[in-house]
Design a protein around this ligand. Sequence first.
Ligand SMILES: Nc1ncnc2c1ncn2[C@@H]1O[C@H](COP(=O)(O)OP(=O)(O)OP(=O)(O)O)[C@@H](O)[C@H]1O
Length: 275
Amino acid sequence: MQGDIPAASGAAPAVKARFDKVTKRFGTGDNAVQALEPISLDIAENAFVCLVGPSGCGKSTLLNILAGFEKPTTGQALMDGTPVRGPDPRRGVVFQQGALFTWMSVRDNVAFGPLATGKPSAEAGRIADRYLEMVGLTAFAKRYPYELSGGMQQRVGIARALANDPEILLMDEPFAALDAQTRELLQEEIKRIWQSTRKTVLWITHSIEEALFLATDIVVMSARPGRIKARLAPQFALSEDPAVVASVEFVRMKAEIFGLLREESLAAQRQEAGR
Ligand SMILES: Nc1ncnc2c1ncn2[C@@H]1O[C@H](COP(=O)(O)OP(=O)(O)OP(=O)(O)O)[C@@H](O)[C@H]1O
């Protein structure tokens, strides 16, 4: 972890993860679904990359390939230049629903990863306390997941992923199930955490505002089979002012991405209708 945001330098940032001509086809014969066409994408170290695209365009498939949960049909995903062969604690995954251990306290949920990788229990506990503080849940350490709201459960999921000190965080619509106010507060929290840790993040969202607020890189995907349609580099992730969302540039980029996504969502709807 590093406390300061590194000063911008002329050197190109290191590539943390790479999709190298990745394709994915599910099934065979008439029932086959071509989910991804060749996708090549570099994720720079310390970047916050948001994937946006119409429903069914292959965002989760791409994330799952980097997580090591799915194998590409052709091409490969790499991390630090090494091909991904399966799940690895260096890649922390957070899903839409927290998938917490219901029989464990919040603190034990967060300490689980460090314990599983051989940390002594006192140290695992200290790590859990640190990340629970980071997500504002210190007072709930002894509670059980069922005693928490959906937003709090997601914060535990994020603390649990961070406690493993992953090199990259893979987040598949982590805030999709939350109400609008909770979601906005958590977006601010995630931005603060990213600004202080500068973990590399790959984040899937359907929300253009969320992507603009959080990302250093927005990758817009086409309707299935997923391809990269556009890549944008907003600057708002570096701002600490929640009011950036009202700036002229924010509104302009929102309209631009909306236009790109609208075409693809219409194409996706036509695909559905033609099935
Ligand atoms: N295990 C599977 N077997 C068959 N088809 C699959 C499988 N997983 C995904 N697909 C298909 O691949 C396509 C891409 O799915 P994926 O879940 O990656 O899209 P997505 O962009 O994440 O969608 P959403 O935004 O709705 O979550 C879809 O048509 C989906 O039905």
